[in-house]
Design a protein. Structure first.
Length: 286
């Protein structure tokens, strides 16, 4: 029975990845939705991540200030909200990143960060690993064998070891994505040695944000896995609170940047079309 639950959770994670991929392909296949949906996706991701961060931080704050969390019933409600919003945030974040990468690298002229088929395949595999392991961990392991009241692992259960292995796989996937982002940044830096130019481009801002948040995520997960008491590690709590508090400003900042970029590109197209129509009218009148 336990093996069946674990296999079902793995299948659920894979189905989530497949359905997200189909949704992404549908989104990118429609020309009218490419520019419009990226802002909507950022907004949905921001909402889901904010709810997740609040539900994640409430038990930590309660433990830091009160020495305990809440009654078991209240804690289970918080845990349920945390898990649902976390999964929604993961899928929305995947959709956001693919849409943003497509809009930045595919629909513009070639840049030093131009995407290739090989890079897309490795990036997709990284997402498959991370989403599948997170889905397995939160669907099966966290609510059953992790105590939200005392913030510690429950005893020596035979499933605690594979659950921690899944957690480590998530950590490895984060650092794999971090390594690929660093490799792209190195290639970008060779093309543009001046780091000030990197900060001025939307590509540089996206990857700097990705590297910084992935680093905080990886450190927090690594400390939580190594620590015997899970979330009771003070450094892991500080990193988690820092990452959660900085996520929303980053998304708001990128939302503004992308909106400005879309408006400027639209105005440029309209200006060029206006010049062409004026030239045609001038030729016709003469």
């Amino acid at each position: 029975m336990e093996s069946f639950k674990l296999a079902a959770s793995c299948a659920l994670g894979i189905c989530g990845v497949v359905s997200s991929t189909l949704l992404i392909r549908t989104l990118l296949g429609s020309k009218s939705l490419r520019k419009r949906d990226i802002l909507r996706t950022i907004a949905l991701t921001n909402i889901a991540e904010n709810i997740y961060c609040i539900s994640y931080c409430i038990p930590i704050w309660a433990w830091l200030f009160c020495g305990h969390v809440f009654a078991e019933e209240t804690t289970q409600i918080i845990a349920f909200i945390n898990e649902v919003t976390y999964k929604a945030q993961i899928y929305q974040h995947t959709l956001l990143e693919v849409t943003r990468l497509y809009y930045t690298f595919r629909t513009r002229k070639k840049t030093p960060l131009a995407s290739t088929i090989t890079n897309d395949i490795f990036l997709f595999l990284c997402w498959v690993i991370s989403v599948a392991t997170i889905a397995v961990y939160f669907s099966y392991g966290r609510t059953v064998y992790y105590d939200y009241v005392y913030l510690e692992w429950l005893g020596e259960n035979k499933w605690n070891t594979p659950i921690r292995i899944f957690y480590v796989c998530q950590w490895v996937a984060l650092y794999a994505g971090l390594g690929s982002a660093i490799a792209v940044l190195i290639a970008f830096w060779k093309k543009m040695p001046n780091t000030k130019n990197m900060k001025k481009t939307i590509e540089g801002k996206i990857f700097l944000q990705t590297i910084f948040l992935s680093l905080l995520d990886g450190l927090q997960i690594m400390i939580s896995v190594i620590s015997a008491n899970g979330l009771k590690s003070g450094i892991a709590n500080i990193l988690a609170l820092t990452r959660c508090s900085m996520s929303a400003p980053f998304y708001i900042f990128l939302n503004r940047e992308i909106r400005t970029m879309i408006c400027s590109s639209t105005s440029t197209v309209n200006t060029s079309q206006g010049r062409q129509s004026t030239a045609v009218f001038f030729l016709q009148t003469n």
